[in-house]
Design a protein around this ligand. Structure first.
Ligand code: PLP
Length: 500
């Protein structure tokens, strides 16, 4: 495909031999991939998808070639990877809190890969980045005055929000942590014992230390004990500990519990603390009027995170952080003046005539990323397709699935309910016969579900007992899959206890 042109020998100007990479036929390459993509899609849609084999690729694909194989062969090898791809979007997959992209997410990802470039320049995808941020906030009940930035997911979103909280907490004491580092004062983050571990990791990265995260007791249903939170804050204040943030969880990862925001905000404010809402999983549920009451007071927080790649099914790689104080992210995360950037933009917004005249958003100074894809287009695309009603209906359907399992478990003596349905999560197991090891039995049931059935939940521990924990956020899951999961647990549990 390429021509080699002889370079000159000191006399003639050097000639370009051209690049080894094919650069003008992305559409043809995609069409070459289509049969494999279609096959994957069909397999994913089949309700009785067979065993999820681990799916390796031929070893020659894993060797760095000296001379490339060329674009056609490389795309054919990609097709092999597609055939053995990740089946996380299959309708029976209800594990963790994760799912595959719907069609709109895939199309938006392809469009962004081809034409999205960088999110920070002035082009259509930059406009959709802003739109995606605004719509997501509106859907989740985050104030329209809050300032947001997309991130690679909840983990990074958490780090940004808690970094903003750390900046603000020490600013109140006259210290600019971003400039001068942490002072010799103990800072504390408060979250229920059911808080996500990315809070601890954020504390470690932010120099506060994992030990700075105080685990506040939770009720049996997984909600933070507000009285215990109040006591902890009061005790710490008397000792001069700096409250960095109180984290209220909008849907815990284990049981889907939503903390009582209004009470948490009242207590935190009384002790002078920032309130951060970890809504990575559950805040999207606030789009449904049916559940909105659970979220009363959520708009009064100082920061929020939400993961469009969970319930909105954009495909992985999209989280978002919002803050009430519009300047705090830049005070905490600015890269600082850089000649290579500052001098490159000379026009004000009104005068911009080229997409390279101006930064179309200050996110480069308000997050951990200078270069970043326009993730907002994925959010824009899924919301444009199904609207607010489509999201609300999805949420309500999924909440119904969790309640349906809880009802079936209550009605069947062979099953045991470990935590009632909250949002779209429910925890149950096959009831162990007297004297049997219930945890070992549940682990066995889970393993056989993964290896022998299309139904793949994950697990957690509820008050010391291993639980089967489906979480419904997958748009492809239907009631038949929900019943299929319960039937499979009954069948496997029955078989395993009869054999014992
Ligand atoms: C999933 C989750 C996170 C982490 O988000 P990732 O996108 O997986 O990095 C944080 N908090 C809660 C409550 C979550 O459910």
């Amino acid at each position: 495909m390429k021509e080699h042109v002889d370079g000159g020998h000191g006399v003639a100007p050097p000639q370009s031999p051209g690049d080894a990479a094919e650069t003008g036929h992305a559409v043809e390459a995609l069409s070459r991939l289509f049969p494999a993509l279609k096959g994957f899609e069909r397999g994913q849609a089949a309700s009785a998808f067979p065993a999820y084999e681990t799916g390796t690729v031929p070893s020659e694909l894993l060797a760095l070639p000296e001379d490339g194989v060329g674009i056609d062969a490389a795309v054919d090898e990609l097709a092999t990877a597609v055939e053995h791809g990740c089946r996380i979007g299959a309708p029976g997959f209800v594990g963790f809190i994760t799912t595959g992209a719907t069609t709109a997410g895939v199309a938006a990802q392809a469009a962004a890969a081809a034409a999205g470039g960088q999110r920070y320049l002035l082009h259509a995808f930059n406009a959709l980045e802003w739109t995606g941020l605004r719509w997501l906030a509106e859907l989740c009940g985050i104030p329209s005055t809050a300032h947001g930035v997309f991130t690679s997911g909840g983990s990074t979103a958490q780090l940004l929000a808690l970094g903003a909280a750390r900046q603000a907490a020490f600013e109140r004491l006259g210290v600019d942590v971003a400039a001068g580092g942490l002072p010799a004062r103990t800072g504390r983050i408060y979250v229920s014992e059911r808080g996500h571990r990315t809070i601890h990791r954020s504390a470690a990265v932010l120099g506060l230390g994992r030990g700075s995260v105080m685990s506040v007791p939770a009720s049996p249903s997984g909600h933070i004990e507000v009285g215990a939170l109040d006591d902890a804050l009061r005790r710490d204040r008397a000792r001069g500990v700096v409250p960095i943030a109180v984290v209220a969880v909008a849907g815990t990862t284990d049981t889907g519990s939503v903390d009582p925001f209004a009470d948490v905000v009242e207590v935190a404010r009384r002790h002078g603390s920032w309130v951060h809402v970890d809504g990575a999983y559950g805040l999207v549920a606030n789009a449904s009027a049916q559940v909105a009451q659970t979220f009363t007071g959520v708009g009064d927080a100082d920061s929020w995170i939400v993961d469009p790649h969970k319930w909105l099914a954009t495909g992985v790689g999209v989280g978002a952080t919002y803050v009430r104080d519009r300047g705090v992210l830049a005070r905490a995360f600015a890269e600082g003046e850089a000649a290579y950037l500052e001098g490159s933009f000379s026009r004000g917004a009104a005068a911009a005539r080229s997409q390279f005249d101006l930064m179309g958003g200050g996110w480069a100074d308000e997050s951990l990323e200078l270069s970043a894809p326009p993730r907002g287009v994925l959010v824009w695309a899924v919301l444009r397709e199904i609207g607010r009603r489509g999201v609300a209906e999805r949420v309500e359907r999924h909440l119904g699935f969790a309640r349906h399992i809880a009802d079936r478990v209550r009605a069947d003596r062979r099953l045991e309910l470990l935590c009632d349905a909250q949002l779209s999560i429910v925890c149950f197991r096959y009831a162990p016969p007297a004297g049997a090891d219930g945890d070992a039995l549940t682990e066995r049931v889970l393993e056989r579900l993964r290896c022998e059935t299309p139904f793949v939940p994950s697990s957690t521990v509820v008050r010391g007992a291993v639980a089967i924990r489906p979480c419904f956020i997958n748009p492809r899951t239907t009631l038949a899959h929900v019943d299929g999961l319960v039937d499979a647990v009954l069948a496997l549990g029955g078989e395993l206890t009869a054999a014992a």
